[in-house]
Design a protein around this ligand. Structure first.
Ligand code: TEU
Length: 564
């Protein structure tokens, strides 16, 4: 995709199990998504990133693929997929799919072959090693679930590597026939006319060939320095690009590649390197997380957020693309972490929305964020669905920690926090998630009484809702290129609560002031204010009745913005 178009887009992430169910099984599906196209259209987004909908045993909600060429029956059929794609294209919306090629499900036929015998032709599609001479695992790497990254398989008396769950064995990219199979599959999807991919865990596909032991003091998960951005990663990505993406010039490829230095970001994204169009700026999501223990929260400050935004801008913006986001299906929703001390969630939701859409980078909106949904917490472990969460709970309780304490960590950090179903219609018992309102969704809704005002139906009716604010911000991006192309200058660098900056583009100059504290902020303008010598016009704010051009009522004013 050309840079200009990529940079101007707003991407919306659909997490398929939780978006919309059309057939009353409590599980989101493709036809459900199709019924919500008008909603997506009105929101104004131009690209959908659809989570994995391939055939899968669903131990990781589809990130464990059994058949790349088939739609999972829980989601529907290939015909339904094609119809959805066609309907989206009809209104000029793009669809990118999740591409999970670091691993498959252990139920993928390749793995079934691979594990059956050492001399099976598929053996080297995966990474097998014998035990060390002392009988222990081939090395001390830990998986993202914080177990050993190796599982022993009796059939051939060897271990296979899995960076994620034991039911997600890692593919062996060192093996050329595997790579060719992957390229074939990617071309097959691109030939269907999809508009690109979000590449899952893509910087982990090249492992250090010796698979060495790591230091036990390394950040979680131990071993990552030997497989993140490994020795052959760029060779693999350039080959992948040459064999697939290069033949489809209008597609968009977004890499999920955690823990990159800025130099590494450029290696993945500089156009002349011919690898990916952009990567996701993930380090902001690490704020508030203890690097050694994913279940512990850490203190974070607005200054860290400033550093991260400035760093990406300075090193990448002029030369490559990157995506910015506030939450995904892997992270708790950001509001409690970032602005938990705010009394008014909806105001806070608009604050972080303004942040997301006004900082440099392509914004990715995760479903429900446009409603200001808070993070979901459950009081009983039985209500959690994420494997990693359940493993952690069982292990911690078995090690003598109190269930209450473990749950309180889970409340802050579990991936399920952002996975409860969309709230479409408050008049239905199940918020319109399934047509039959008595159907229970696969994961419970949060406590009902806390949800007043959050549904689409309520926010459609309510002037000044978070939903209307998102619609507005997204429409503004189309109208004002400054939001995608403008330069960025940080102001008030040392202020501990206020995030202030200027964007400039051609003759426009915007000042963005974000107060992350829930009290009024003191600002010394003597230096910064001088760049705005003439009168300023307020064009957007998250408090309804603060200053705006005095001759206009708020409502008229918001409408008039269209014509600014
Ligand atoms: O996540 C990969 C990833 O990089 C993880 O670090 C992620 O941040 C972690 O799971 C958070 O706890 C991707 C998908 O987004 C995730 O849903 C999958 O479980 C994972 O890959 C395996 O496919």
């Amino acid at each position: 995709m050309e840079n200009k178009t990529a940079r101007e887009s707003v991407i919306y992430q659909i997490y398929p199990p939780s978006f919309m169910d059309s057939n009353n099984d409590g599980w989101g599906d493709l036809n459900g998504i199709a019924t919500r196209i008008p909603y997506l259209h009105q929101l104004g987004i131009d690209t959908i990133w659809l989570g994995p909908v391939y055939d899968s045993p669903m131990i990781d909600n589809g990130y464990d693929i059994r058949d790349y060429y088939k739609i999972d029956p829980k989601y529907g059929t290939m015909e339904q997929f094609e119809s959805l794609l066609e309907q989206l294209h009809h209104i000029d919306m793009k669809l990118i799919m999740d591409l999970v090629i670091n691993h498959t499900s252990d139920e993928h036929p390749w793995f079934e072959q691979s594990r059956s015998a050492k001399d099976n032709p598929y053996r080297d599609y995966y990474i097998w090693r014998p035990a060390k001479s002392d009988g222990t695992e081939p090395n001390n790497w830990r998986s993202f679930q914080n177990e050993s990254a190796w599982t022993y398989d009796e059939q051939t008396d060897e271990y296979y590597l899995h960076l994620f769950d034991r039911k997600q064995p890692d593919l062996n990219w060192e093996h050329p026939p595997l790579r060719q199979e992957i390229y074939k599959m990617i071309r097959w999807w691109l030939d269907k006319g999809i508009d690109g991919f979000r590449l899952d865990a893509i910087n982990m596909i090249s492992k250090h060939p010796d698979l060495p032991d790591a230091s036990e003091d390394d950040p979680h998960p131990i071993g990552q320095k030997y497989y993140k951005n490994g020795p052959r990663i760029h060779e693999f990505l350039q080959e992948l690009n040459r064999e697939t993406f290069a033949h489809y010039p209008h597609i968009l490829t977004i890499g999920e590649a955690p823990s990159l230095t800025m130099e590494q970001v450029l290696e993945y994204t500089l156009p002349d390197r011919k690898e990916l169009n952009m990567v996701l700026a993930m380090d902001m999501m690490r704020l508030g997380k203890d690097p050694h223990d994913p279940w512990r929260s850490a203190d974070w400050s607005v200054s860290q957020l400033k550093e991260s935004v400035a760093k990406w801008y300075e090193h990448v913006f002029a030369r490559g693309e990157y995506g910015v986001y506030l939450s995904t299906h892997d992270h708790p929703r950001m509001i409690p972490d970032v602005v938990g001390h705010h009394e008014h969630n909806m105001t806070a939701a608009k604050l972080i929305a303004t942040f997301l859409h006004l900082i440099p980078g392509v914004p990715l909106v995760y479903q429900g964020e446009e409603l200001g949904l808070p993070n979901t917490t459950y009081d009983r472990i039985e209500d959690y669905r994420d494997q990693g969460t359940v493993h952690y709970y069982e292990e911690a309780v078995a090690n003598g920690q109190s269930a209450e304490k473990v749950l309180s960590g889970i409340h802050k950090r579990s991936r399920d926090g952002s996975r409860s179903p969309m709230l479409w219609d408050h008049q239905h018992h199940n918020f319109g998630f399934s047509p039959d309102e008595h159907v229970e969704p696969w994961i419970p809704f949060p406590e009902k009484r806390g949800l007043k005002g959050y549904s689409v139906s309520e926010q459609e009716e309510q002037r000044g809702s978070v939903l209307s604010y998102y619609r507005h911000l997204i429409a503004m991006r189309k109208q004002f290129p400054i939001m995608s192309h403008g330069s960025f200058t940080m102001l008030l660098k040392d202020h501990s609560e206020v995030f202030a900056f200027i964007r400039e583009w051609q003759s426009q100059r915007w000042l963005i002031l974000l107060n992350f504290a829930d009290i009024e902020a003191e600002i010394d303008w003597t230096q910064e204010y001088r760049v705005f010598p003439t009168s300023m016009v307020k064009i957007l704010g998250n408090y309804p009745h603060t200053a705006h051009p005095p001759h206009l009522e708020e409502e008229q004013y918001i409408e008039d913005l269209q014509y600014l």
